[in-house]
Each structure stands twice: as C-alpha cells, then as structure tokens.
Write a protein that binds this ligand. Sequence first.
Ligand code: 5RP
Length: 230
Amino acid sequence: MDAKALKIEAARAALGYVEDGMRLGIGTGSTAEEFVRLLAVRVEKGLKVIGVSTSERTEALCRELGVPMSTLDETPELDLTIDGADEIDPELSLIKGGGGALLREKIVAFASARMIVIADKSKVVKHLGAFALPIEVNRFGLKATMEEIRRESESLGLSGPLVLRIKDGHPFVTDGGHLIVDASFGRIPDTRALSRALHDVPGVVEHGLFIGLADLAIVAGSNGIETLHP
Ligand code: 5RP
C-alpha cells in the first residue's frame, strides 16, 4: 500500500469514532483531508455533525464537500478532534505544524474532550525531533526572537539550524498572519522543558509540540490498523 492508501485507511478507522450529533474539530494536512472526504460521504448519507476547522484550507474543503461548519467562537466546546501529525512518540506526544496550522490545531485540540491522531506508520517514532519542530513567531523582531529561541534551546542542550519557512520564494505566512521557524534540534529528550522554554520567548506565538493532548493514535501500516494509547 502506498502512503495515500494508508492515510485513507487511518482516516476510515477514525470515522468509526464519530457519532451522530458530535461537535468535531477537523485537522489540517493530507491525512486530515482524507478524513474530511470520508466524513462528507457519511454526512451526505445523513450523519449529523458540526465541524470546526483548524485552517482556512480545511474550512474550504469542508464547505466544498458539504460538511456543516461552525466556528470555535460559536461552538467553544468540542467532543472530538481528528487530526494528523508529523511525529508521534510512545506517550502520544506529537510534533505538528508541517502544514503550518499548528496554532489553530492546538487551540482546537485543547477545546476538545478527545483528540484522535491519524497517520501512516512512518510517523511513529521512539523520540520526537527528527522532524524539524515548527515554531510560529510574530513577524515583528524576527531576528531577535530567533536569537532568543537559540539561547533558550541551547540552555537545554539543544542546537541545530533554525530556518525561516519559505514557500514559493516568500516567507510562509500562517492563517494567523505569523511566520514559521523550523528548528532542527534532533532528538528532544525533555519535551516539556522545551515547551516551557519556547513559551518564555517573547515573539513565539506557539510551537508544534503537542504534549498530553492526544488520547488515541490510529496508525495504518502494511499489516493493517494499530491503535496506540498514551
Ligand atoms: C499541519 C499538521 C499536519 O497534521 C501534519 O503536518 C501531518 O500532515 P500530513 O497528514 O499531510 O502528513 O500538523 O499543521
């Protein structure tokens, strides 16, 4: 099976956790998009849900496919969020933000009673950090913010390139109007310490470490579906 087929399988399995009447957080990325496509088919057949999207991109797809949508302001408490991830460790701590939607993804996940992560097996790792950690930063004072991120991370023994994310020759701009710095720290031994340190840096809006948020990961591999618990 290729990666797309595995993503579809994980998304299909996640659909089994969606119940009539649920308020659903809907993630961003290619795996979350497969979930939206399958969800839309169920909605067409009569499933009643209301979605809150984690990005403009997901919002547009949901609306195009006829999934009823709300906003987090209208619907501030959600039953379940289903989203992808860039890395998943054994405690179900995650790195997210490869698609640049980490801020809304984290806000929506926090507002949800449960979060299910869907992914192909390549996303499962022993330790987080091989995937560069996305850090969303304010545009103002970018260099100073990056310098402070470097100092804070070095104080935790972490080093490696900090790279401003570029798309189509221009800095990538998030839905919130911010920039993304991708931090190639390598293995992150203490994710909580790094999370705290990054939040201490003025100019850091949010980072892509999701700790203690995922309740379940549905992982598709060549041998079928595995469900992982923290
Ligand atoms: C977007 C994300 C995505 O969930 C993550 O990048 C995984 O994407 P994909 O399903 O395309 O591999 O965090 O900000």
